[in-house]
Design a protein around this ligand. Structure first.
Ligand SMILES: Nc1ncnc2c1ncn2[C@@H]1O[C@H](COP(=O)(O)OP(=O)(O)OP(=O)(O)O)[C@@H](O)[C@H]1O
Length: 319
């Protein structure tokens, strides 16, 4: 478990992390999201004692990281994995780490096998690709068989097979009762990997909670309706707080009514339906809404999609 209370980090005038409090629970995969510069890495560095908080505190498994007698056995961390420019082999790199923490050579071999490094374990780490370096960083994090894992951008640079492997691995580790805290900018991946989310922007927590709750709190669900009588159906569906958008001639997107309400209204009016599909917003859409005001580095330019025409946003009954 990770517990932060009023955690704050200032670098000169810059407040990188601003009075944040949160809990990361065991048995769950918790995603840490936020725009570039939001303070994710700084928070993770404070958790593992690489940065000292300006104010506040953070504990891992009940104690500040530095007070653990065998920290590698409590917390494994992959932080801003940079290419390790080393002439040593992966095996020797891991054995060196293991030796200073009383960890056996057998465990080194285990983590090499777990992370798919067996074929390259004897090769110079300096020649590793980004993905292999990432796997080596994860191997090092796993070395002490820790109860808590902190992974900053673990899928960065990994191929699809590697991304899937990380997803499966963190699920397995959480199901074993471990605490898993990971950051990523890949929303689609986070949506299927994480159970819980903490979203930060400009050093402050924007929201936290179960993934679906975070999405539902900021996005409106809608229903896709396909009907050969779509045009006439629009007036049947009109009501207070109902928005009907015509996506194409026989296709509507309805906000403000459930699929059940639409189906019943259509049946009552004798309308033929070819499709009735509840649509849920994606984590990416929710994230964009949540962090819109907290993005420090905006990009501008082409690629903005034109919204489809809203054909009915009406008042009145019929719900
Ligand atoms: N050593 C440092 N000295 C000065 N400023 C720093 C230092 N480390 C981080 N910062 C600043 O603190 C803020 C938070 O940075 P941090 O790296 O924690 O963000 P992040 O959420 O991890 O971003 P990214 O997604 O880009 O990795 C940024 O504005 C950054 O420039």
């Amino acid at each position: 478990m990770i517990e932060a209370h009023g955690l704050t980090k200032k670098y000169g005038d810059k407040t990188a992390v601003n009075d944040i409090s949160f809990t990361v629970n065991p048995g769950r995969v918790t995603g840490f999201l936020g725009p570039n510069g939001a303070g994710k890495s700084t928070t993770m560095r404070m958790i593992v004692g690489l940065d000292r908080p300006t104010h506040g505190s953070v504990t891992v498994n009940g104690k500040p990281y530095v007070q653990h007698k065998a920290p590698l056995r409590e917390v494994g961390a992959l932080l801003e994995a940079k290419a390790v420019h080393s002439g040593r082999s992966a095996t020797n790199h891991l054995r060196g780490l293991a030796a200073t923490h009383g960890i056996s050579k057998a465990r080194v071999q285990e983590v090499i096998d777990m992370t798919g490094l067996a074929a390259v374990a004897g090769k110079r780490v300096g020649g590793f690709s980004l993905g292999m370096g990432q796997r080596l960083g994860i191997a090092a994090a796993m070395l002490g068989d820790p109860r808590t894992l902190i992974l900053d951008e673990p899928v960065n640079g990994l191929d699809p097979e590697g991304v899937k492997w990380v997803r499966t691995m963190v699920r397995y580790l959480a199901d074993e009762g471990r605490t898993v805290f990971l950051s990523s900018h890949l929303m689609s991946e986070m949506a299927i990997t994480a159970d819980e989310l903490i979203v930060i922007g400009r050093g402050r927590i924007i929201t936290a909670g179960a993934v679906q709750d975070v999405i539902d709190a900021v996005t409106k669900s809608s229903v896709r309706v396909r009907s050969p009588q779509a045009e006439d159906l629009v007036s049947r569906l009109q009501g207070a707080d109902v928005t009907v958008t015509s996506v194409e001639p026989s296709l509507l997107e309805v906000h403000g009514l459930s699929a059940q309400q639409i189906g019943e209204a259509a049946a009552a009016g004798g309308f033929v339906l070819h499709e009735l599909t509840p649509l849920r917003a994606s984590l990416e859409e929710a994230y964009m809404t949540l962090t819109a005001d907290d993005v420090e580095y905006h990009s501008h330019g082409a690629g903005e999609e034109t919204a489809p025409a809203v054909v009915a946003e009406t008042e009145g009954a019929n719900r």
